[in-house]
Design a protein around this ligand. Structure first.
Ligand SMILES: [Fe+2]
Ligand SMILES: [Fe+2]
Length: 278
């Protein structure tokens, strides 16, 4: 039986999808000593290597074409894979010498298992269309941002409350588009991702409240975000307030989010021109 850290190490340092998708061990105590050195990038097989190649994300009217749809699913799946690699890294990196630290890590494991499920849903759909994960270029954008995640506080601000929060909007948006195109199967996958994402964002918001020490949550969130991330990154295409309320965010926090703007062009999203590098 593997130790939890061997399982998490396998996700970061193992190149194959079997390593990345292995289920966690059943009994995790977080009491065993171990050492781990963070790699520059997670190990990937030759098929799933990162690439610098910029490819245009398909426009919505192209998403009924099998190759364009597979390209989109490839990008979605890559985000899931990066998320679960980062979560495994967080497990190996953050301390767990308190009950709070252990509880926090159990929450990360539960989200990680969801990301594994999302990855499989997207890639199995690609297979049905005659494609495989890695048939299109894969970027390492999330990983590059996450190098700055040196504390659990920075992790919840960046991962849960920014990238996963943006995915509330993206998953809903694309679920609707695929439904309009008559592809209920893909639409349902995105709906599943959306529902799980609500709980991942809720996890982050709960800890934001818990650790805020009477600071205004909005100020505290911004203070924790490592540059150049800003709250604008937490908004996808067509901002959806209700999903934030379902994740437990307050009226005031959502109001601040709606009205936040930053000067970076990438976050001025238009639904007709969305990059894979979200
Ligand atoms: Fe996910
Ligand atoms: Fe997630």
């Amino acid at each position: 039986m593997k130790h939890w850290y061997e399982w998490a190490e396998g996700i970061v340092l193992g190149p194959n999808l079997e390593d990345k998708l292995a289920p966690p061990p059943r009994d995790i105590l977080f009491s065993e000593p171990f050492s781990f050195k963070l790699p520059d990038v997670p190990a990937r097989s030759s098929k799933t290597q990162f690439s610098d190649k910029q490819i245009k994300f398909p426009k919505k009217y192209q998403l009924h074409e099998k190759d364009k749809m597979s390209l989109a699913l490839n990008a979605f799946a890559n985000h899931e894979l990066l998320a679960l690699e980062i979560m495994a890294e967080a497990l190996l990196y953050f301390p767990h010498n308190t009950e709070e630290g252990k509880r926090f890590k159990r929450g990360i494991i539960s989200a990680l298992v969801d990301e594994q499920k999302h990855f499989s849903l997207y890639t199995e759909r690609m297979n049905e269309l005659g494609y495989e994960f890695g048939d299109f270029p894969l970027n390492d954008f999330f990983w590059r941002q996450m190098g700055k995640l040196t504390t659990p506080e920075a992790y919840i601000a960046s991962m849960s409350l920014t990238f996963e929060a943006a995915n509330l909007d993206f998953s809903r948006y694309y679920s609707k588009i695929f439904s309009e195109l008559g592809d209920e199967k893909t639409s349902n996958i995105l709906e599943t991702v959306y529902l799980d994402e609500i709980s991942h964002v809720a996890f982050g918001f709960n800890y934001l409240k818990r650790w805020s020490n009477n600071k205004t949550l909005w100020d505290y969130y911004q203070e924790l975000l490592p540059w150049p991330l800003t709250p604008a990154r937490s908004k996808g295409i067509s901002f959806h307030s209700d999903s934030r309320f379902l994740a437990g965010m307050s009226e005031e926090f959502v109001h601040q989010l709606i009205h936040f703007e930053d000067p970076f062009r990438i976050t001025k999203r238009k639904d007709s021109h969305e990059k894979t590098d979200r």
